[in-house]
Ligand binder design. Structure first.
Ligand SMILES: Cc1ncc(COP(=O)(O)O)c(C=O)c1O
Length: 472
């Protein structure tokens, strides 16, 4: 890792004290600043712009030769605190917050695999083909749509592969590949890829391993410690934890080292007019170059900025992340077991189940649990599936996850409704697939609701007696 600061665009910031533990970082990381009134809780800064003392100071700051805030599209003190906190929790060298998880994935892929990644001078010439992404074929439907439609418009190509088969990832690599994209816990089936195996391939072939850590959160796994180069989040989910607003984040884990392979990353290593006729690695170091590109070019030009209000909501949510994840995981493990045994269910999918193909990886890489999203196949037809949703009383039919409220959804009709037939098959999204995002309610109440809805959906299962759910 280089010693240069990754925060140089927004403000100089002292490194966090070493040796603090995650539960402490959830509450304190990044808040060492002394403010005049000494507030215990960091204030919410609502300001679109920042005043300069002199024109010379404004010029230097806009030219990024001097640290400081210019305009809140690229930086705001409340948003910056959230960035430092998420970076600390992911053990990264820095972070950029975005308006949503979708924006985080978009900016990351554009930065790493856009046209400038293929051009020796690092500029986006229109006649140069853009890069190529290898992505998991069992992934959130919105990410699949983004790659198949919108990033394809920008010329970025995608090859879909099985997250369980590292050999498929390696075979899909071309000389234009710059990104491997996967989810640490897949949406909707909670698939676990072998992150260290994929990181080893990514390092060998010179691509960036980008891990969407939304369903896991850094409490369950820090993908950077398993070799990921970049971690992205939809902070809309567990980080905020209360379902109030959308947010996203991009974390650089400090392991890409573009200056060691300058020909692979010309957008970061070539001299760029936009960045004051120097390269981003010269200006901001190996650890700061990618995030600077994302903030100073993509966030600035495209504008998917996180509002300070929403950043404050996420900061509040993160303070209780570990406690919430413990309850989420315990509830999900208990319900997965029960659902898997219910006669109205063909099978449930969750890595905590002994028959899960990911059970071994769960034990190796996820010591605190494998999250609270699970899926199951109802043993009925579409009319039975509709009866199931009609009968739910407590669990809401809604397309979100990570909320304290439990939510069930029919991926084929909602979150994954635009998948290509190929991705629908590979992703095992059927008419009978239900995704359950288990909340923080009492697990007995959740089971009673599920059991009653399953009996109503599949009347032949009526003879089953709902038994007590034990939470281990
Ligand atoms: C794994 C994953 N990544 C990204 C996203 C997109 O996040 P957002 O809704 O915040 O844009 C989602 C949304 O459901 C998701 O589940």
């Amino acid at each position: 890792m280089s010693s240069k600061s990754t925060n140089s665009y927004v403000e100089a910031w002292p490194p966090a004290p070493q040796g603090r533990r995650p539960a402490t970082d959830q509450i304190h990381a990044g808040t060492a600043q002394q403010l005049p009134a000494h507030p215990v809780r960091p204030p919410l800064y609502l300001s679109a712009a920042y005043e300069f003392g002199t024109l010379a100071q404004a010029r230097e700051t806009f030219a990024q030769r001097q640290a400081g805030y210019t305009y809140s599209r690229t930086g705001n003190p409340t948003v910056a605190l959230l960035e430092r906190r998420i970076a600390a929790l992911e053990n990264g060298v820095g972070a950029v917050a975005t308006s949503s998880g979708q924006a985080a994935v978009t900016l990351t892929v554009l930065a790493l695999a856009g046209r400038s990644s293929q051009s020796p001078d690092g500029e986006a010439h229109p006649n140069i083909a853009a890069g190529h992404v290898v992505a998991s074929n069992r992934i959130y439907g919105g990410t699949a749509d983004l790659l198949n439609d919108t990033l394809a418009e920008a010329g970025i190509e995608v090859t879909w592969v099985d997250p369980h088969s590292p050999a498929e990832w390696e075979a899909a690599v071309t000389d234009r590949t710059r990104v491997f994209l996967l989810e640490s816990i897949g949406n909707p089936h909670a698939d676990l890829p072998d992150i260290p195996a994929l990181a080893a391939i990514a390092n060998r072939v010179g691509v960036a391993l980008v891990v969407d850590n939304t369903l896991a959160t850094p409490y369950l796994v820090q993908p950077g410690t398993l070799g990921a180069h970049v971690v992205v989040h939809s902070a809309t989910k567990y980080l905020i934890g209360n379902g109030t607003c959308l947010a996203g984040a991009i974390v650089d884990t400090g392991q890409l080292s573009p200056s060691q392979h300058p020909e692979r990353w010309p957008q970061l290593t070539a001299t760029r007019r936009r960045f004051g006729d120097q390269s981003l690695v010269e200006g901001f170091g190996d650890d700061g170059a990618l995030l600077h590109l994302i903030r100073a070019q993509l966030l600035n030009d495209l504008g998917p900025t996180l509002s300070a209000w929403n950043a404050q909501q996420v900061l509040d949510g993160i303070e209780t992340l570990d406690l919430r994840m413990q309850r989420h995981c315990a509830n999900a493990d208990a319900l997965a077991k029960r659902l898997d045994q219910h006669p109205a269910v063909k099978h449930a999918r969750h890595p905590s189940l002994a028959h899960s193909p990911d059970h071994r990886l769960a034990k190796r890489d996820y010591p605190h649990g494998t999250g609270a999203v699970l899926s199951f196949e109802l043993d009925t037809d579409i009319a039975g599936v509709e009866r199931f949703f009609d009968a739910l009383q407590l669990i809401k039919l809604a397309a979100n996850l990570g909320d304290s409220r439990s939510m069930a959804v029919h991926p084929a009709s909602t979150t994954h409704c635009r998948l290509t037939p190929e991705l629908q098959r590979a992703g095992e999204i059927t008419e009978q697939t239900i995704r359950l995002a288990v909340g923080l309610e009492d697990v007995h109440d959740l089971w009673e609701d599920l059991d009653a809805a399953l009996r109503y959906a599949v009347p032949t299962s009526l003879t089953v007696v709902a038994s007590e759910v034990s939470v281990q």
